[in-house]
Design a protein around this ligand. Structure first.
Ligand SMILES: NC(=O)C1=CN([C@@H]2O[C@H](COP(=O)(O)OP(=O)(O)OC[C@H]3O[C@@H](n4cnc5c(N)ncnc54)[C@H](O)[C@@H]3O)[C@@H](O)[C@H]2O)C=CC1
Ligand SMILES: CC(C)CC(=O)C(=O)O
Ligand SMILES: [Mg+2]
Length: 352
């Protein structure tokens, strides 16, 4: 089978982890006899430097003709001047909107070895298996932004249709799991949250009566995630809350460098990326954890290319690496391996 994968390394540690992902994709092709064409393109700060545009038309063209897009990360201090006209993050937001990937899936299932490095008590982590479904193309990240003198505005906007489609995605995913959705909002204060709450309730009542639903306010959820994470399964929420809660949830698994994501829409290519950013504090040192990006490759194989056996093989190889304590510096200071060593270990395992 011939498939095309667009690879957008981006900035900071993005290129470092994407080199490992590229080697892994090649290894999957060899072991399972597939023909994957990888097309690289610029995004974020790298694209601003080259073309004064964080998402150049050439990059959009590469993504639109691909079967799936794999992204490293964008951003960094070089492009973070508050008065800058263009910012790397705008490129990523525009790409998500262009691809129409409204549902961002962020699984959090702590690996027993990595979880030892979590500050949480092991007892609390027993049985934790979460799937965040974060709305990705609406809300405050995409609302009107403006300044009036000393005052700044960021509008948060959601339509019923935007909430309906991501709720249906979450419900279908919940059916294959425990059949329960926790919807997280701030309905005691926000009008958009009240629209979310009534829409989620109606869609599940009318179309998915087999799915159990609870609503939890986001401030309380921030606490529950650290005090009783095993009590949740599918967590459905809007863009900003999902962004924040998933960084928090990375603490359960021991590191930001372990969480992958899949962003899906109703057509076009899916977008796959680690949940972390460009980590400027460690960029260029060869110490970033590549596993979140390698696990994003697994999600890409499963969701966009329909290659479940290959996805399982990649996930098993990363899990074996953790079992064998092939750990980067974010997880251990003793015998830490480099980004390249961790990536090569997984590639070797997959090839066996
Ligand atoms: N999807 C994307 O491209 C995202 C981009 N960003 C951008 O990244 C830049 C840096 O943002 P930060 O707030 O520092 O968040 P960050 O996620 O880049 O880093 C937060 C902390 O986690 C560590 N970390 C992250 N990924 C790691 C990995 N793979 N291995 C080991 N340690 C890792 C970093 O060293 C840092 O201490 C900003 O410009 C931000 O806008 C932030 C989040 C997502
Ligand atoms: C636009 C991104 C920087 C937002 C983000 O942090 C994320 O999607 O995880
Ligand atoms: Mg984030």
């Amino acid at each position: 089978m011939k498939s095309t994968i667009a690879l957008l390394p981006g900035d900071g540690i993005g290129p470092e982890v994407c080199v490992q992902a590229r080697a892994l994709i090649d290894a999957v092709a060899t072991r399972f006899n597939h023909d994957f064409a990888i097309e690289e393109a610029l995004i974020g700060g790298a694209a601003i430097d080259a073309h004064a545009d964080p998402l150049p038309p050439a990059t959009v063209a590469v993504c639109e003709r691909a079967d799936a897009v794999l992204l490293g990360a964008v951003g960094g201090p070089k492009w973070s001047d508050p008065n800058a006209r263009v910012r790397p993050e705008q490129g990523l937001l525009k790409l998500r909107a262009t691809l129409g990937v409204f549902a961002n899936l962020r699984p959090v299932k702590p690996h027993p070895v990595a979880a030892k490095y979590s500050p949480l008590k092991p007892k609390l982590l027993n049985g934790v298996d979460l799937l965040f479904v974060r709305e990705l193309t609406g809300g405050v990240y995409f609302g009107e932004k403006r300044r009036e003198g000393d005052v700044a505005f960021d509008a948060c906007r959601y339509s019923v249709q935007e909430v309906e489609r991501v709720t249906r995605k979450a419900a279908l995913l919940a059916r294959g799991r425990s059949g329960k959705i926790t919807h997280v909002d701030k309905a005691n204060v926000l009008e958009t949250s009240r629209l979310w709450r009534s829409t989620v309730t109606r869609v599940l009542r009318d179309e998915f009566p087999d799915i159990a639903l609870e609503h939890v306010l986001v401030d309380a959820m921030a606490m529950h995630l650290l005090t009783k994470p095993a009590e949740f399964d599918v967590i459905l929420t809007e863009n900003l809350f999902g962004d924040i809660l998933t960084d928090e949830a990375s603490v359960l698994g021991g590191s930001m460098g372990l969480l992958p994501s899949a962003s899906l829409g109703d057509g076009k290519a899916g977008l796959y990326e680690p949940i972390h950013g460009s980590a400027p504090d460690i960029a260029g040192r060869g110490i970033a954890n590549p596993y979140a990006t390698l696990l994003s490759v697994a999600l890409l194989l499963r969701h966009s290319l329909g290659l479940d056996r290959e996805a399982v093989a990649v996930e098993a190889a990363v899990s074996d690496a953790l079992d064998a304590r092939v750990l980067t510096r974010d997880l251990t200071r003793r015998n830490a391996v480099s980004t390249a060593e961790a990536g090569a270990w997984v590639v070797r395992r997959l090839a066996e």
